[in-house]
Design a protein around this ligand. Structure first.
Ligand SMILES: [Zn+2]
Length: 471
């Protein structure tokens, strides 16, 4: 009780101006809950970058306001409680919320039936307002909310949003300050990202002239297929110069970004369809569902998330400060397809980008440092991935040694509402961790103590970021 009161007292204390970060970097590994991180550690046999002692950690609750725009207020079924999340009562038959998967346990079914999506979760993390599944930076009634990206711009900072999936996808859209009543309105979202004054740097998938293997699309590709993520009008404006954006398309140009002027607006669209690597073809005779990481060669023409992050950091203004959203979006795409090997590839790519961001802050040659920059590393939501034994609820993955795939089982092809890992470091990290004043713990019906310990919620995270960005 004392600890809780102390935490509440700290909450009420305004953050001193000198503790406020000049730069804020929010890194989201889409879909990557505790077991996704564990799978990556088991495969590499090494710690993740944010496992280091310099990072503060907690857990993050990810639940939505409602499943969709209909209705009013908070749907009570969706609210996270330890009792619902860790319910070990066995269920027979199939899940009613994920076709083709065994129900397993009551907790699994609650996760499958109430899970959030990437739009409402990222929106809550950058606006401080919980909203419905599918909403991009609008509240429960569809009214636009002020986001971290816009707050950063209004306080004189430069703003970037980068991802390994289409730039107009839910997470980079919300991180980049777009607003829409539905994440599926990709053309509207792309147009807002390009036409509003908020963004200075964009990188992601969605190039209309290439397929998932980085080959030029032939004449048989329809306009609907090519212009899924941005309209042909937006694409034309990027190419004829009327958009005001500098369009970068090759890996060499990306690696040489220092030569573009600091006030330019730069969009990086590498030569690949939707996602950087996750949709490339499998090697001959291979199945990506059972492949270990690296079985299919990476596309050479496509940059890593580290290269995109370094390009963004080079481009964004170091004197005025910046807000940068970095998404490892394809972790989630691999997990939807139950391709653990590719999900590990994508998490390794994300973890390398975390290390690159840290190296850039450590480098005395850059004006940014841990004293003036906040870095958050977390996920937007989880997936249902556990160990291989069907009879053991919430079984951890089985370690089979570094370089071997761990023992695992998928319990869904979509998200879960489990708490996700949360790491913070740098200026203002204490302020974020202070919000983790709820505790996930319970004793299951089988007598096992379960829970992830202290956690904060996504609206709490968003509100703290807005406060830290205010000047
Ligand atoms: Zn997803």
């Amino acid at each position: 009780m004392f600890r809780l009161l102390a935490a509440l007292a700290l909450c009420a204390t305004p953050v001193a101006a000198q503790e406020k970060p000049k730069n804020v970097i929010v890194m989201i590994a889409d879909g990557a809950g505790y077991n996704m991180l564990a799978a990556t550690r088991m495969w590499t046999g090494a710690k993740l970058f944010a496992d280091g002692d310099e990072w503060q950690r907690a857990s993050l609750a990810t639940y939505a306001l409602r499943n969709g725009p209909e209705g009013e207020g908070q749907d009570p079924d969706l609210v996270y409680t330890s009792e619902k999340a860790w319910d070990v009562r066995p269920l027979s038959g199939d899940s009613e919320c994920a076709t083709g998967y065994a129900a397993g346990f009551a907790g699994y079914e609650w996760h499958r039936c109430t899970h959030p999506d990437s739009a409402n979760t990222m929106s809550a993390m950058v606006t401080g307002t919980r909203t419905y599944n599918g909403a991009v930076n609008v509240d429960g009634s569809g009214t636009p909310e002020l986001s971290a990206a816009e707050t950063a711009k209004a306080t004189g900072r430069r703003v970037g949003s980068i991802t390994t999936v289409p730039f107009s996808h839910a997470t980079p859209a919300a991180g980049g300050g777009a607003h829409n009543v539905s994440r599926n309105n990709y053309h509207e979202i792309a147009a807002e990202m390009l036409e509003s004054p908020t963004l200075d740097f964009i990188a992601g998938g969605g190039h209309p002239n290439f397929d998932s293997d980085g080959n030029r699309v032939g004449d048989q590709a329809t306009a609907k297929e090519r212009f899924r993520w941005l309209s042909s009008e937006s694409w034309s404006a990027l190419n004829d110069g009327s958009s005001g954006w500098t369009l970068i398309q090759t890996r060499d140009e990306i690696d040489d970004l220092g030569r573009y002027g600091g006030d330019d607006r730069v969009i990086v669209l590498p030569p690949v369809a939707a996602a950087m690597q996750v949709e490339r073809a499998a090697a001959e005779g291979h199945d990506p569902k059972t492949d270990a990481p690296g079985e299919a060669k990476l596309l050479k023409t496509v940059p890593s998330l580290t290269e995109l992050a370094e390009a963004a950091l080079t481009h964004l203004d170091q004197e005025r400060g910046f807000f940068l959203s970095i998404e490892g979006g394809a972790v989630d795409w691999a997990m939807h397809a139950n391709m653990l090997g590719r999900a590990i590839e994508e998490y390794e790519d994300f973890d390398a980008a975390v290390a690159a961001v840290a190296a850039w802050l450590d480098d005395p040659a850059t004006p940014a440092s841990w004293e003036n920059t906040l870095v958050i590393v977390t996920a937007d939501h989880d997936h249902l991935l556990f160990g291989p034994d069907v009879d053991e609820p919430f079984q951890p993955l089985e370690w089979h040694g570094a370089g071997a795939m761990p023992g695992y089982r998928w319990w869904s092809n979509s998200h879960s509402a489990q708490l996700v890992p949360f790491f913070a470091r740098g200026a203002g990290a204490d302020r974020l961790i202070t919000e983790a004043d709820e505790v996930d713990q319970m004793r299951s019906a089988d007598g096992t103590a379960r829970g992830r310990g202290r956690y904060l919620t996504q609206p709490e995270m968003g509100a703290a970021i807005l406060e830290l960005l205010s000047r």
